[in-house]
Design a protein around this ligand. Sequence first.
Ligand SMILES: N[C@@H](CCC[C@H](N)C(=O)O)C(=O)O
Length: 295
Amino acid sequence: MRLRFTKMHGLGNDFLVLNGCDQPLPEDGPPLSVAELRRLGDRHFGVGFDQMLVVQPPRHEGVDFRYRIFNADGSEVSQCGNGARCFARFVRDEGLTDKHRIRVETAAGEMTLNVTDDGLVTVDMGAPLWAPEAIPFLAKQEADTYVLVSGNNAYEISAVGLGNPHLVMLTENVDNAPVATLGPELEHHEQFPERVNVGFMQIVSRREIRLRVFERGAGETLACGSGACAAVVCGQRRGLLDDTVTVHLAGGDLQVHYNGSGGIRMTGPASRVYDGEIDVAGPPSDQGPTTEPSA
Ligand SMILES: N[C@@H](CCC[C@H](N)C(=O)O)C(=O)O
């Protein structure tokens, strides 16, 4: 099977975008097997990406598209903030819509994407979910911060759901944060039954943070949109941040706004890199398990 794809990125968080509106992709189930997806995601043997984004026709009234997200390890997830900006740019570039306000359906619900005249995209990421069972996080009761024990160490963390699970911890200087070691350790912590994205936040001022995120299913990325929103709302909940915050990530800056009600608004760029075609094995149904996250 030959697939056409587009390579995009949002601040270096990079994506392989598949258009399921003009080429046949399965309506249910993943478009590729986990093995095939991982092969394409490999930076040496494939195209290389953090997430694969799939554009599909809507299944419900009132939305314009269905937006599906797969991590590089093959797991299907419900939220990707940087991907949402690229999704908006893609559907407009491809002439699939000329709307500036685009409604999409994700596995976690509906989202609104607003494309501005300067080419930036603002995503309404919805309200943060604090209840442990909604994240999901195994804790006796909701709190601003939790002590998470891992091995012989204890970490003060905040936990929040944005359609995907995030933990956020403070660090003096993100340059020295143990992202490569503690990231994967906490990603698989038993108190996060669906694994977790692990954010390391340095507070610069009440309106500015620096952030590194070890993403579930993808490893450390140059930027994580939902991670940026998670860090800001966790910092706000701890009384450390104002309503509007600039988030400095390795790949560039995002603006995040939340005033305690309605949705979190995240604004940033979306870049198209190139278009390509690739041969992949046939339908995933012949190829065993598809969406099982890696251990
Ligand atoms: N890069 C993303 C988040 C992608 C999904 C995440 N790795 C998860 O498993 O929840 C973003 O920009 O939000």
